[in-house]
Design a protein around this ligand. Structure first.
Ligand SMILES: CC(C)(COP(=O)(O)OP(=O)(O)OC[C@H]1O[C@@H](n2cnc3c(N)ncnc32)[C@H](O)[C@@H]1OP(=O)(O)O)[C@@H](O)C(=O)NCCC(=O)NCCS
Length: 200
C-alpha cells in the first residue's frame, strides 16, 4: 500500500486525524516544546522549521502515516505511525515479514491531557495499521516513568513485552528503565469484536 491509498482525514473517536499542513504544524508548535511535553520524549526540543519539514516530507513517505489530531478546528494532538520490517530469515518469502510491523507514538496538547485523546489517537492508528496497512504487529515504547503513556497502551490491550532495565538514556536522569508494548493484528481484531459484542 502507498501513502495515497490511505484516506484522510479519518476519525479517531471525537477527533479527526488529518495529514499535516504547514498551518496545522504551526499549531502543534505552540505546545510541542513545552517542558511537560518534552519531559519523556526522545526528540526533546525541536527547531520549528526542521520539525515542519519532517512532518511535510512524511506525506510522501510510504512508510510514514503520521497525522495531526483536530477537534472542532483546534489541533489537540499528534499521532505517529511508521512501518518497519519484522524480524525474519533471509530464505523463504521475505514478503511475509517485510513491512510487517508498525510502530506508533502520540502526543497531546497539555491543556487537553487526561481526556482520553491519546487513547483515541492510538486506537485509530492501530486500526489503520491492522486493517489497511497489513501490519502483523503494532509496537510502542516509552520510558517506564511515563505513566500516562503506558496507561494508554494498557487501556488498548497492548502487552508489556519488555521491561528494559536502565536501557534508556534520559538527559537529566541518566540511565532509566524503558518499556516496549505490542499487540498482534489477530489480537486486535478479536479485542474489537469482543468490545463491540459487549457494547450491544
Ligand atoms: C502521554 C500522553 C500522550 C497521554 O495523553 P492523554 O490524552 O492525557 O492520555 P489519556 O487521557 O488517553 O490517558 C492517560 C492515562 O494516564 C493517566 N495519567 C495521566 N497523567 C498521569 C500521571 N502523571 N500519573 C499517572 N497516570 C496519569 C490518566 O489518568 C489515564 O489513565 P486511565 O486510563 O487509567 O484513565 C500525554 O500526556 C502527552 O502528550 N505527553 C507528552 C508527550 C509524550 O510523552 N508522549 C508519549 C511518548 S512515549
Amino acid at each position: 500500500m502507498t501513502t495515497s491509498d490511505v484516506a484522510w482525514p479519518r476519525p479517531a473517536g471525537p477527533l479527526e486525524l488529518r495529514l499535516p499542513t504547514r498551518e496545522l504544524v504551526e499549531q502543534v508548535l505552540v505546545w510541542r516544546n513545552r517542558p511537560e511535553v518534552t519531559r519523556w520524549l526522545l526528540r526533546t526540543e525541536v527547531e520549528p522549521e526542521a520539525f515542519t519539514k519532517t512532518w511535510l516530507d512524511g506525506i510522501d513517505d510510504p512508510l510514514d502515516h503520521s497525522a495531526i489530531a483536530v477537534l472542532d478546528g483546534e489541533v489537540v494532538g499528534t499521532g505517529s505511525l511508521w512501518i518497519t520490517d519484522a524480524m525474519g530469515q533471509t530464505h523463504g518469502d521475505p514478503a511475509e515479514y517485510v513491512r510487517a510491523e508498525a510502530g506508533i507514538g502520540y502526543g497531546v496538547a497539555p491543556h487537553h491531557a487526561g481526556r482520553g485523546f491519546a487513547t483515541e489517537i492510538a486506537r485509530a492508528l492501530i486500526d489503520l495499521a491492522v486493517d489497511e496497512l497489513g501490519a502483523h504487529r503494532v509496537t510502542a515504547g516509552c520510558y517506564a516513568d511515563n505513566i500516562a503513556s503506558w496507561k494508554v497502551m494498557e487501556r488498548l490491550g497492548m502487552r508489556r513485552e519488555q521491561h528494559g532495565v536502565r536501557d534508556s538514556w534520559h538527559a537529566e536522569l541518566g540511565w532509566i528503565d524503558g518499556y516496549t508494548y505490542a499487540i498482534l493484528a489477530d489480537e486486535w481484531r478479536e479485542r474489537r469484536v469482543a468490545e463491540r459484542t459487549a457494547a450491544n
